[in-house]
Design a protein around this ligand. Structure first.
Ligand SMILES: [Zn+2]
Length: 466
């Protein structure tokens, strides 16, 4: 108890220092080889060590605080303690800095794991076996758990992760060192990205804690539960309770909770992402000798908005909320308002052209397509069938087709879907009532059978007619 904690700090310091050069192992070419397994396993192991260290550090702080406050001579010492105020404050700052660093390191590891999860999968080499999984399986074994054959790594053709950014994450949590070394343009981009990833909404009712009386085995018992709600409504609570516990449950007390929805609800994830995108953009632009001031400032902001937009467009709400993806701690259902702000960056046409020419933003995204996707998802809440039958890529392609001036065959090529699938998605969208959100011109696109432009399309129409 009298321990000054220096050994814990020593351990943390050693661990974080050992991660400073980790990004050197992440050369993009290496990522295509089998080394990806080593890297993935290492990321997981380091993440575990970091989490243990963080918990130790936090527990130590709580213990120290309790020890101070409960000490029998606390009142006697109080005066002395206060006279050392500045000394204590400076120590607290160091502690805070340590905890910040470790949390930032944890966030960076999670982001990297999420990107790799999105980009790669595992399949059994035995074709009859059909076992597939995420890379996590390698934490336990490198043989197929079903049949014992070797496991193969496969790239996800529909990945929405920008895997190249993981080289630039601050794995040792040294975000302060990095940011202070940024030039003014980079710092501007950095803080704009932080603002974009925060995108707070005004406070809304999100949940209620309810104390219930239920009859169980003939005895009345009290139970405390939390329910998610969209507005403050007693009757909604009653309905939920009846649904969960039957008619015999009685509500004794309700406490309403408000919260502020934030796009990415973790400060350290926001910082790590912002750093990675700013550094990635810098390296890329220097490689192509692009030094135009405005482009340099806007490029990283555009890239991350594009990636977030693509993520929203291509993934279902379910996918976004269940798996560890490229954007950890992102809310699974952002408000239309948040989406509009986020996607307004897509309209920066100068940067958009450069990004498209460099081949790093292959799909042309429209602001309206992402807004529509979210509207449809909200509308169909509970009945996930639309995204179940038709793949979300096809839905994405159909939405881009409706809201841009690109032809159907162009859009199908861009999203790597067949024209038939995209047409099917269009029909689905029509059935589910998308028409009322479209202009006259866009509505007409829902019905027309397109003229064949590409060879692929001609072939398809020929098959259709025969
Ligand atoms: Zn197998």
């Amino acid at each position: 108890m009298y321990d000054d904690g220096s050994h814990i700090y020593g351990q943390v310091h050693k661990l974080l220092s050992s991660l400073i050069d980790f990004s050197n192992e992440l050369d993009i070419n290496l990522l295509n080889s089998n080394r990806i397994i080593d890297i993935y396993v290492k990321l997981f192991k380091n993440l575990e060590l970091l989490q243990v260290a963080k918990n130790k550090l936090l527990r130590y702080h709580i213990l120290m605080y309790k020890f101070m406050a409960n000490h029998e001579n606390y009142n006697e010492y109080k005066h002395d303690i206060y006279s050392y105020k500045s000394f204590i404050r400076s120590r607290q700052l160091t502690r805070k800095a340590n905890i910040d660093r470790i949390r930032c390191a944890i966030a960076s590891h999670k982001i990297a794991i999420g990107h790799i999860n999105e980009n790669y999968g595992v399949r059994c080499s035995n074709q009859k076996c059909r076992f597939s999984s995420r890379l996590e399986v390698f934490l336990k074994t490198n043989k197929c758990p079903k049949c014992g054959s070797l496991l193969n790594i496969i790239e996800n053709p529909k990945s929405v992760s920008r895997i190249d950014i993981i080289k630039y994450l601050p794995y040792s949590g040294n975000y302060l060192d990095v940011v202070t070394k940024f030039n003014p343009y980079q710092r501007w981009a950095y803080s704009e990205i932080l603002r974009l990833l925060k995108l707070e909404e005004r406070k809304v009712f999100t949940s209620a804690s309810i104390i219930l009386k239920i009859i169980e085995n003939g005895r009345a018992i009290r139970k405390r539960i939390k329910v998610e709600l969209e507005r403050k409504d007693f009757r909604l609570c009653e309905e939920k309770i009846t649904e969960l516990f039957g008619q015999n449950a009685r509500i004794e007390k309700i406490m309403w909770h408000k919260s502020k929805p934030i796009l990415i609800n973790d400060k350290y994830v926001r910082q790590s992402l912002a750093i990675a995108y700013v550094r990635f953009a810098d390296v890329l632009l220097s490689k192509y000798n692009i030094t135009i001031k405005d482009i340099y400032k806007e490029f990283p902001i555009y890239l991350i908005s594009y990636d977030l937009s693509l993520f929203l467009l291509m993934k279902t709400e379910y996918e976004r909320s269940t798996s560890i993806g490229p954007f950890p701690h992102m809310m699974s259902r952002p408000s239309i308002n948040q989406i509009k702000k986020l996607t307004s960056v897509l309209k920066w046409s100068d940067v958009a052209i450069i990004a498209s020419n460099l081949g790093i933003c292959k799909q042309k995204l429209t602001q309206q397509s992402i807004v529509l996707k979210e509207i449809m998802e909200k509308l169909l809440k509970g009945s996930s069938s639309i995204f179940g039958i038709v793949s979300s890529t096809a839905i994405a392609a159909a939405l881009v087709y409706l809201t841009s001036n690109l032809s159907l065959s162009h859009v199908s090529d861009m999203f790597n879907e067949s024209i038939a699938t995209v047409m099917n998605a269009l029909t689905r969208l029509k059935i589910y009532g998308i028409e009322k959100y479209l202009t006259e011109e866009q509505r007409s696109k829902l019905n027309v059978v397109p003229e064949a432009e590409s060879e692929r399309a001609k072939l398809f129409l020929k098959k259709l007619m025969s």
